[in-house]
Design a protein around this ligand. Structure first.
Ligand SMILES: NC(=O)c1ccc[n+]([C@@H]2O[C@H](COP(=O)([O-])OP(=O)(O)OC[C@H]3O[C@@H](n4cnc5c(N)ncnc54)[C@H](O)[C@@H]3O)[C@@H](O)[C@H]2O)c1
Length: 267
């Protein structure tokens, strides 16, 4: 147990994992608690959030769960209400929820485009809408938005809505950062590269002919380190951005990819 976030109240959206194992939101929630934060675990799947809660409870950390679909305005308002009711303030808003539906302009349905934009981008607007006034009133707050290197690079499959939404996350984060810089509220985006998480198995196996082992081997091989990143890597950077060590960092889009985007042609 550390104390880098001692006393801070954090909200993590998508705090469960979509499948067995540990994803970015789950690892980040656990690491926030290990660093002394009180964590509000938000997920549309309460069972998934409860799995994360049982890890944190088992380690002596402090957390509550809130069932919410972050594409719904009323649910986002309720997240912040529940956070304030339980802990009286909100120091960190960590927007982790994101979905990936592969496809390009011709084969992707309009419904899948709209759904991706709502889940990946509008959700951040809604959670910020309700959290920011409290951060401004406190005179401090840190917002961490999970983007992706898909925002700045094409990867070996077309995923047009995902990439466009993640590019939107960077611009959204920048605008929030500048608007609230003088009020003590910071906003930063993290751009993870190839991470080995349950989400990748759920979203992308189809693009690799259904062979998970082959997909993981291919993804490992694409990374300069020879290995994909782990959800704990996203969690570690998030702890830093959430902490006061990062007090002069705002409006940043931080790449977390083991050097992958440094390569001209990674595949
Ligand atoms: N794994 C990678 O390689 C990679 C790379 C770049 C970026 N990312 C980003 O990381 C984030 C995903 O992290 P994860 O591993 O925690 O994902 P995950 O798919 O395991 O999802 C975490 C949780 O989000 C919940 N969720 C989904 N839609 C929701 C909604 N509308 N409202 C509330 N909860 C919802 C799910 O129920 C799940 O429990 C995404 O933003 C993704 O784009 C991942």
């Amino acid at each position: 147990m550390g104390d880098r976030l001692k006393g801070k109240v954090t909200v993590v959206t998508g705090a469960g994992s979509i499948g067995p194992g540990i994803g970015n939101g789950k690892a980040t929630s656990v690491l926030y608690a290990r660093e002394g934060a009180k964590v509000v675990l938000v997920d549309m799947n309460l069972e998934a959030a409860n799995e994360t809660k049982s890890i944190i409870d088992g380690e002596g950390g402090e957390c509550i769960t809130v069932e919410a679909d972050v594409t719904r305005s009323s649910d986002c308002k309720n997240i912040i209400d529940e956070c304030l009711r339980a802990y009286g303030r909100i120091d960190v808003l960590h927007n982790n929820v994101g979905i990936e539906i592969p496809g390009g302009v011709e084969d992707m349905s309009e419904e899948d485009w709209d759904k991706t934009m709502a889940v990946n981008l509008k959700s951040m607007f809604l959670t910020c809408k309700y959290a920011v006034p409290h951060m401004v009133a406190q005179g401090r707050g840190s917002i961490i938005n999970i983007s992706s290197i898909n925002a700045i690079r094409n990867l070996p499959y077309i995923t047009i809505a995902y990439s466009a939404s993640k590019a939107g996350v960077i611009a959204f984060t920048r605008e929030v950062a500048i608007q609230y810089a003088s009020k003590g509220v910071r906003a930063n985006a993290i751009l993870p590269g190839m991470m080995n998480t349950p989400m990748v198995v759920a979203a992308l196996t189809g693009a690799f002919g259904g062979n998970v082992e082959q997909m993981m081997k291919t993804r490992d091989g694409m990374c300069p380190t020879g290995k994909q990143g782990e959800p704990w890597d996203v969690a570690s950077l998030s702890v830093f951005l959430a902490s006061d060590d990062a007090k002069y960092i705002t409006g940043a889009a931080l790449v977390l990819d083991g050097g992958l985007t440094c390569i001209v042609k990674p595949f």
